[in-house]
Design a protein around this ligand. Structure first.
Ligand SMILES: CC(C)(COP(=O)(O)OP(=O)(O)OC[C@H]1O[C@@H](n2cnc3c(N)ncnc32)[C@H](O)[C@@H]1OP(=O)(O)O)[C@@H](O)C(=O)NCCC(=O)NCCS
Length: 195
């Protein structure tokens, strides 16, 4: 377990998997997918989780999945490295907090700082990256806070409520990362968490 200020990162176990279907049909999925308001049955979610487990077992999925857990034990969502390439020491980040009541309160950034330290210090990654859509202001602000660089913009990639949006690609090099403690100080997160 990795202990943060507002959340802990824990294994993505039953408490989280049991909520996958609820989260797959919630607003979080719209934002995570860049605008797709799909409806997903329990059977479809079960089948997807089964495929995921098999891919991890066979080594086709090289990701690392953590559960974001609030300090009171509430399972909040997923934080992970969804595609780890050991040769290039490159990994893609992914995150989802299921309940909008927990958005914009610093929980996602607390989890992100933990996983960045894990990726650089434990997995010896050289670079982390992620993609989002041009209307996801929460992620854009998060990237700015944490120090990612907007590296490229793919034009008109996702369709959300009838509007096309660009895909944004962000990257963070290990040489640019001051470490979690320094970032917490820089952003004043300890004071904010206690306040
Ligand atoms: C993305 C996600 C994990 C981020 O976690 P979070 O806890 O909401 O993030 P934080 O609160 O740490 O940071 C969000 C920042 O965006 C800011 N923000 C919120 N709405 C905003 C807006 N419309 N414009 C600009 N900034 C905004 C918040 O105020 C906060 O900044 P601050 O700390 O300076 O106040 C979470 O919002 C989530 O799961 N969203 C739905 C799924 C999703 O979008 N997944 C990512 C796909 S790439």
């Amino acid at each position: 377990m990795f202990e943060g200020l507002l959340v802990d990162l824990v294994p993505y176990g039953k408490d989280f998997l049991d909520r996958e279907n609820e989260w797959a049909n919630a607003e979080a999925s719209f934002w995570g997918s860049g605008g797709d308001r799909r409806v997903v049955s329990r059977a479809q979610t079960q089948a997807r989780l089964q495929r995921w487990a098999e891919a991890l077992e066979s080594g086709h999925d090289t990701g690392v999945a953590f559960g974001i857990r609030a300090k009171d034990g509430t399972p909040l969502g997923f934080m992970g490295l969804t595609w780890v390439l050991p040769y290039h020491r490159l990994a893609m980040l992914g995150a989802k907090i299921g309940d909008p009541a927990y958005w914009s309160g610093g929980y996602g950034t607390d989890a992100l700082l933990l996983v960045i330290d894990y990726a650089f210090d434990w997995l010896d990654m050289h670079k982390l990256w992620l993609t989002t859509t041009g209307f996801n202001r929460r992620v854009m602000r998060q990237m700015e806070k944490v120090g990612f660089t907007l590296e490229s913009r793919a034009r008109r990639e996702t369709l959300a409520d009838g509007q096309w949006h660009d895909g944004l690609f962000y990257g963070l090099l290990r040489t640019e990362w001051p470490g979690r403690d320094a970032k917490i100080e820089q952003l004043g997160l300890r004071v904010r968490a206690e306040g």
